[in-house]
Design a protein around this ligand. Sequence first.
Ligand SMILES: C[S@@+](CC[C@H](N)C(=O)[O-])C[C@H]1O[C@@H](n2cnc3c(N)ncnc32)[C@H](O)[C@@H]1O
Length: 348
Amino acid sequence: MVHLFADFCDTFLLCILSRLSPDFDHAIYLGLRGFAQISMDYELIDSGDGEKLERFGEYVLARPDPQALWRKLLSEEEWKKADGTFTRDEKSGGNSGGWSLKAGLPSRWSIDFSGLKFWIKPTPFKHVGLFPEQATNWDWMREKIKQFNKGTIGQLDTDAASADIEVLNLFGYTGGATLACAQAGAKVVHIDGSKAAITWARENAELSGLEKKPVRWILDDARAFVKREIKRGRKYHGIIMDPPSFGHGPDNEVWKLEEDFMKLIEACYSILADKTPTSGPLFFLVNGYAAGYSAMAYENALRPLVAKYGGKIEKGELTLTEKSGADGASGATGRSLPCGIFARWTFK
Ligand SMILES: C[S@@+](CC[C@H](N)C(=O)[O-])C[C@H]1O[C@@H](n2cnc3c(N)ncnc32)[C@H](O)[C@@H]1O
């Protein structure tokens, strides 16, 4: 119900913005959307001085965030009430650190978010199993898949209504994008190089009641998997790529964004569905964090898709909007926290 209301707010907002300015900046819209995206179980409470304060269900966590360049609005006393605080180890250049957790905080707990359920667990890497800013991308993919299934989308005429949409999610982490696509009716292949991440994603599927959906959970290096799919001649209608700046596959294959990103994008072009009168590729979505690239760089990396299939690319920043300021009023601060960049191609 809350989700439906959020969708309604979103559509309403989009209509108004389009009327005010037909070419309003999509990135600005996405920022606003972070505000319209209502989830009772998640909120960004405050941010500043290199940290963010978030509520996940019943529990509040404070974590470093280098983007929070400004000043906190809530008092240090309020921040100290957090159930868990991650402190950076300055000697390691801020790359590692540890949690100080209050007694009574469970080792993990579940929350409802964006029509799905997630296990939240503070990890030694500062992550907690959810990147809430991704919800706008999940909604966008859900919409594309639903339109495809109804046969109401561009080149895919009514015959497409019976086709299976196959989505490949590379660097799938705890499964948010995979579950959103599966919930919308797609078959999904979920790849991650970490066994712990695959287990967590499967547990989220079960928690969300989606364990019977057609998802293949595969522990593999993203590049190795795509290479094998090229050999096997497999094709996908949608590809999602959410790579870290630095990571590794299950056999310690090192992933470095600046060296590997473009090669993987180009390999993925070979496994995108061919354009036929009744089918074709539906979307290609790329996310980025902390690597210093602009969304325009990601847009340019996807431009060959426009040359080959037509369609359009949207790009922008993913943001989370603070829900309450020092006065406690909803949305009072007007501040949004930048959380990463995206570029997404769709054929229409
Ligand atoms: C930034 S997270 C992705 C976030 C996720 N898409 C979401 O929105 O919840 C990066 C993921 O990439 C995985 N990874 C890193 N290097 C990899 C590689 N070479 N092959 C496959 N997965 C890798 C990590 O295990 C991690 O789960």
